[in-house]
Design a protein around this ligand. Sequence first.
Ligand code: 6PG
Length: 485
Amino acid sequence: MQASANGSPTAQIGVTGLAVMGRNLARNFARHGFTVALHNRTAARTRALVEEFGDEGSFVPTETAEEFVAALERPRRLMIMVKAGAATDAVIDEFAPLLEPGDMIIDGGNAHFLDTRRREAALRERGIHFVGSGVSGGEEGALHGPSIMPGGSAESYAVLGPMFEAISAQVEGEPCCTHIGTDGAGHFVKMVHNGIEYADMQLIAEAYDLLRHVAGYTPPQIAEVFREWNKGRLDSYLIEITAEILAHTDEKTGKPFVDIVRDAAEQKGTGRWTVQTALDLGSPTTAIAQATFARVASSRTALREAYRRLSGGTDHPLRPHEAERYVATVEHALYASKVIAYDQGWTMIRDAAEEYGWTIDLADVAAIWRGGCIIRAAFLDRIRAAYSADPHLPSLLAEPEFADEITRAQVPWREVIAAANRRGIPVPAFSSALAYYDTLRAGRLPAALIQGQRDFFGAHTYHRTDREGVFHTLWAETGRPEVEA
Ligand code: 6PG
């Protein structure tokens, strides 16, 4: 621990909000040789951190906002790690008056990107840089190397970038941190990360459900399947932890852990934001939406109770040799659906970049998600390569290798979903991913009929396939003549 001997500022960064994420980020900075000023609403937390971890590096504990700001070297770098929402505004209101032009406030919480845009604009007027930064990896990541997604000005990244890159996860010598784009771009990309996280988790859960109820495997057997999958193209943190969870036995009952947990999935809301935003942007993020709705539906106890005894599908259980083949089929379905879900995420980022005027390097997004974050996965290397080769790639499926894999996966993918439907096992994320694939693949969509219906009841007009212009059919008139609108 280090105090400012002559009262002059010594800290390269300050962290306010020392709950577990803030505390671990502060320790991570200190462990990388930065002097870290500490502040918390209740000073006891600050003292506890220094008592417990003071020997890990150089900390400057402070009690008041004034002391905290005075401990920071100029331009001041002040990181807020409080619960996203009103608390963030309260902390900004407390500290901003104590800052000077050129100083930086970094919000490392899971803020809504529109709040970040608002805060950034307001602080910019006062000459203060506001950096909304996504931080992924949970408490372990915060301590040992998260994936960091900072937004804000290029000028602020020039100062903060080297510090963030030092404390971030490293993959093959590269930091899992890059300047995402201006104002809310960092928090936007973090939100989409979480949306993809929801989709990936739901897809994995559906695969588990199928292996359990179609193949008839036990949770420890399924854990083994996931361990095997983790050695191949599905290699990822989420598959790895799924294997561990499925292999875990509840101490109290001796039952598989997964059987003693209530089947009602909760959320803090970043998935919901992703879906809401996708609708606003017109981004078809169907797998993320289904995953979010699946959580919501799982938690609707009364509704589930009302449906519980209604009839469903049936089919014969698989014989052992069929079950073995089935595992490979589910792997295809999981992989193909996962590629679709990630592709939808990237489409959404591209849509937002256009809407908000951000320049986001899509290859870099893949690169910084290879380590530290919850969706870290081997195949992000390939997504990165695809966007590096062609930054304007319209979709991952426009890349020959991904297209080829999906083509090869499609028969088993369809089989898995059909078998689940026959048995009445819900696979909303698998199904929506396949439906998305089929939607984009189709030569003609029944959307033409919808246009006709809209024109019929509301004179909403339509475009013709053979002529430019906007048309309306006079449906009520004899012969239904067409007029140009
Ligand atoms: C991360 C996680 C993190 C958090 C989610 C959980 O990237 O480190 O996404 O942000 O674990 O907010 O979200 P839910 O509670 O909504 O599942």
